[in-house]
Design a protein around this ligand. Structure first.
Ligand code: PLP
Length: 451
């Protein structure tokens, strides 16, 4: 089979898969997952026909996927893929470009540059910022914190990349009590330590208490967040910056999904002061709805990042963009395609529509007598059904029921089901169907308790 025919057939399979998502349970069936066993074999001696390879993938793989590309997946914070972004991903796959250098791929660098400019514009962030395309928010936070570590130590005359951290002046790291757990992973990688942090208390929505910020001196990095992963609440970035900047501290914002609120005139008030920070991290694979994987690190002053990640080798010129990786996928292609296909209005509409659907969930669940635990300011809804065991049982039953998929969490001691509306594909009808299913399943399970 010619490559062209193979790709055409694959496109038909992919289209059939996406069209079928509406009809199938969101979670894969137990049988479909069990059939993955059929993929297990000794490493084959003989080559296989590419057509058969794809057939096998579709036959066994497609049914065992989680239907997160459809409209009724509300687990974690998982976007779908906008049609233009998915199609761009395919074309970029065919291009197989290495986005490391201009010479390796003029188109990858050009699209990243354009997409970066549009992003800074849409999010209202300083236009001189460096934008790094990485795998996700974990690496975006890491990249921004690499720059932060460089900058705060450089300010006391320490070259951390050259000299390392042994005998370095201590760096104070301040986080809110609701910091995302992946930030600790990043701090561990950076030699700053998971436990060597000052934890500032938060309010009932998980917001960093600016008034509890300790007095600051010496090299200091403060990690805030825009969009708490449970409540969607925003830390008071502007207030913290007012205290932090006179002391020379670096303020970083983890805005894995919440940063996108800045792209909506209606939601933008949540993000006021955000632009005062020194660096930001966000995901494009969450709310921007590009295919996995894609995260973005944004650093206001590109200098420390450039210093931290640059390499020097005779055969390898300085990269156009600053990332921890060297060879890498041309992620800017999909970000460009997503932004181009949405435009400013489409992006604002995506954010506003999903937030509206989250409010629809909250209202429907409250009407049915369940308690909403958070103030629904963004796209996240926390609903309580009862104690830990009851909540866990209901979440499992909702997932098994298959109409929709939601995960569990514990919010300030309360076990809860968490609903995140992050996909462009979710419609009012999806929400109403999901609401009906959740309420039916929860009432059935609670009834069972009383019987
Ligand atoms: C999802 C998320 C992360 C981690 O992002 P990845 O893309 O999984 O690396 C970090 N912080 C917050 C607030 C998140 O929601």
């Amino acid at each position: 089979m010619k490559t062209n025919a193979l790709l055409t057939e694959t496109a038909i399979r992919a289209g059939r898969y996406l069209d079928g998502l509406d009809e199938r349970p969101v979670a894969p069936s137990t049988e479909a997952v069990a059939r993955l066993e059929d993929l297990k074999e000794e490493f084959p001696d003989q080559p296989a026909n590419p057509k058969e390879v794809v057939e096998l993938l579709d036959q066994l793989g497609s049914p065992a996927t989680v239907g997160s590309a459809g409209g009724r997946y509300f687990g974690f914070v998982t976007g779908g893929s906008l049609p233009a972004a998915l199609a761009a991903n395919w074309l970029a796959g065919a291009w197989d470009q290495n986005a490391c250098l201009q010479d390796m791929s003029p188109v990858a660098i050009a699209l990243e540059n354009i997409a970066a400019g549009w992003l800074l514009d849409a999010l209202g962030l300083p236009s001189e910022s460096a934008v790094s395309f990485v795998t996700g928010a974990t690496m975006a936070n890491f990249t921004a914190l690499v720059a932060a570590r460089r900058a705060v130590l450089e300010s006391v005359g320490w070259d951390v990349e050259a000299q390392g951290l042994f005998n370095a002046p201590p760096v104070t790291v301040i986080v809110g009590a609701e910091v995302h757990p992946t930030v600790f992973k990043d701090l561990a990688f950076l030699g700053l330590g998971r436990e060597r942090v000052t934890v500032v208390p938060v309010d009932d929505q998980g917001r960093f208490k600016a008034e509890a910020l300790p007095s600051l001196s010496g090299p200091t990095i403060i990690c805030l967040q825009a969009g708490n992963v449970n409540t969607g609440a925003f830390d008071p970035v502007g207030l913290v910056c007012e205290q932090a900047h006179p002391a020379g501290a670096w303020v970083h914002v983890d805005g894995a999904f919440g940063l996108w609120a800045a792209a909506s005139p209606k939601m933008k008030k949540l993000t006021s002061g955000l632009e005062k920070a020194d660096s930001w991290a966000t995901d494009a694979h969450k709310w921007l709805n590009v295919p996995y994987d894609c995260g973005l690190a944004i650093i206001k002053d590109p200098h420390p990042l450039r210093k931290a990640v640059s390499i020097s080798a005779a055969y390898l010129p300085e990269s156009e963009r600053y990332t921890p990786e060297t060879s890498r996928r041309a992620r800017g292609v999909e970000v460009w395609a997503a932004l181009k296909s949405l435009g400013r209005q489409g992006l604002a509409d995506l954010i506003e529509r999903t937030c509206g659907l989250a409010r629809r969930f909250a209202a429907g669940l409250a009407d049915a007598g369940f308690t909403i635990l958070n103030v629904v300011v963004l796209n996240q809804v926390l609903v309580r059904f009862g104690d830990q065991a009851t909540t866990a049982r209901i979440i499992k039953a909702v997932q098994d029921d298959g109409v929709c998929w939601c995960g569990g969490t514990v919010w300030q001691g309360n076990p809860a089901m968490r609903i995140s509306v992050s996909s462009w594909a979710t419609t009012e009808r999806d929400v109403d169907q999901s609401l009906a299913a959740i309420i039916r399943v929860a009432k059935r399970e609670l009834q069972g308790d009383r019987a």
